[in-house]
Design a protein around this ligand. Structure first.
Ligand SMILES: NC(=O)C1=CN([C@@H]2O[C@H](COP(=O)(O)OP(=O)(O)OC[C@H]3O[C@@H](n4cnc5c(N)ncnc54)[C@H](OP(=O)(O)O)[C@@H]3O)[C@@H](O)[C@H]2O)C=CC1
Ligand SMILES: C[C@]12CC(=O)[C@H]3[C@@H](CCC4=CC(=O)CC[C@@]43C)[C@@H]1CC[C@@H]2C(=O)CO
Length: 326
């Protein structure tokens, strides 16, 4: 008979059959620690397995781009500039765009030095939808057709709390999204003739919620929605034009480093390698590119399983205390 006054001693966990013992041990570990341990072990492993599977099938050869006719927008600096140089080394024809003519002239000169089959530029702002269409018309005039359209340009992006400026958002939607649609509408007929490719440069901010880039993020999400739907329609109609959505993490371009060096805890990935991976993914007609692979792909794997954890992880990767409302 048990003595009511004595504390009822529990059998030591080690005397329990294994499952019960483990169950009790796990019960005492807080949820967030369990999630953290799970993610620290499981997620990198999954990322490595996916990376091996994905990249082990890579069979890009630079000669695939020799003689190809390529438009690269936003190519006066940054990732677009590096894409132009890679294409030049591969012997492609390049037509590059941006607003700053002097910068475009220098990039074209260097492209010819590097071995481009031909190199031309058109300058102006992509706020002007007529320019978006004129660039494709110029490609038809110069080359008689088009093989690859790389949509890369973006308008000025602040990195701060959303300030409520709806007009800024409207303008950014025109530059970052509607001009991409206008160029695609203009280019599709010639891309159908060549069985060509459309490469859409986007961001992790076009797939998950990242603070301080709300207007920019909206334009990148719009790209995903529009071009993922258009890709479905091209497949349904057996139209041989590929669409590659390029999801990029933080890349060390001049603009990015100027804008966020005080907030990011790690430097961006190299713009030269990023540019090459974009070209390779388009030439191989990939559905999506994730670069840097693990830094981009793992958050997307977590996104639908543990959204709150991902939000918290994203905030903790930034020195948010350094962002002051302007
Ligand atoms: N850097 C990063 O961390 C990341 C970048 N990305 C994406 O990569 C792409 C390139 O980024 P990045 O190289 O850093 O950008 P940059 O700011 O370095 O280059 C932007 C380009 O767009 C041009 N441009 C700017 N405004 C306009 C306009 N109104 N009309 C036409 N062209 C314009 C600029 O030239 P000009 O001023 O002469 O017009 C420049 O050539 C973008 O789509 C961006 O969203 C995605 C994720 C991360
Ligand atoms: C907005 C911009 C480009 C980006 O997409 C990044 C942002 C810095 C914080 C980021 C971290 C990530 O992991 C994903 C990308 C991004 C949202 C960059 C600040 C300026 C960059 C820009 O405008 C284009 O160069």
């Amino acid at each position: 008979m048990k003595d009511r006054n004595l504390p009822q001693l529990q059998p030591h966990p080690s005397s329990q059959p294994w499952p019960l013992q483990t169950h009790r041990a796990v019960e005492h570990v807080p949820e967030e620690i369990r999630m953290g341990l799970l993610l620290k072990i499981l997620v990198p492993f999954v990322g490595l397995v996916l990376a091996f599977c994905f990249y082990s099938k890579e069979d890009f050869k630079p000669e695939m781009m020799k003689g190809k006719r390529v438009i690269v927008t936003g190519a006066s600096t940054g990732i677009g500039e590096q894409m132009a140089y890679h294409l030049a080394r591969m012997g492609a024809h390049v037509l590059i765009t941006a607003r700053t003519e002097a910068k475009l002239q220098k990039v074209v000169t260097w492209c010819l030095e590097l071995g481009a089959a031909s190199a031309h530029y058109m300058y102006g702002s992509m706020e002007d939808m007529a320019l978006a269409e004129d660039v494709v018309k110029e490609a038809k005039r110069l080359w008689g057709g088009l093989d690859m359209l790389i949509l890369n340009h973006i308008g000025y992006t602040y990195f701060n709390y959303f300030d409520g400026d709806v007009e800024h958002l409207r303008k950014l939607l025109e530059i970052n999204f509607l001009s991409y649609v206008a160029m695609t509408v203009s280019a599709l007929p010639v891309l159908k003739e060549s069985g060509g490719s459309i490469l859409v440069v986007s961001s992790t901010a076009g797939k998950v919620g990242i603070p301080f880039v709300a207007p920019y993020s909206a334009t990148k999400f719009a790209l995903d929605g529009f071009f993922s739907s258009l890709r479905q329609e091209l497949i349904i109609e057996n139209i041989n034009v590929s669409i590659t959505l390029c999801i990029l993490g933080h890349i060390a371009t001049e603009t990015a480093e100027k804008t966020v060096s005080h907030v990011m805890q790690k430097p961006g990935a190299p713009k030269e390698e990023c540019a090459l991976e974009i070209i390779k993914s388009g030439a191989l007609r990939k559905r999506e590119l994730y670069y840097p692979y693990a830094a981009v792909r793992i958050p997307l794997l977590i996104r639908d399983w543990a959204p709150e954890f991902l939000d918290s992880f994203t905030r903790n990767r930034l020195n948010v205390e350094n962002v002051k409302r302007s």
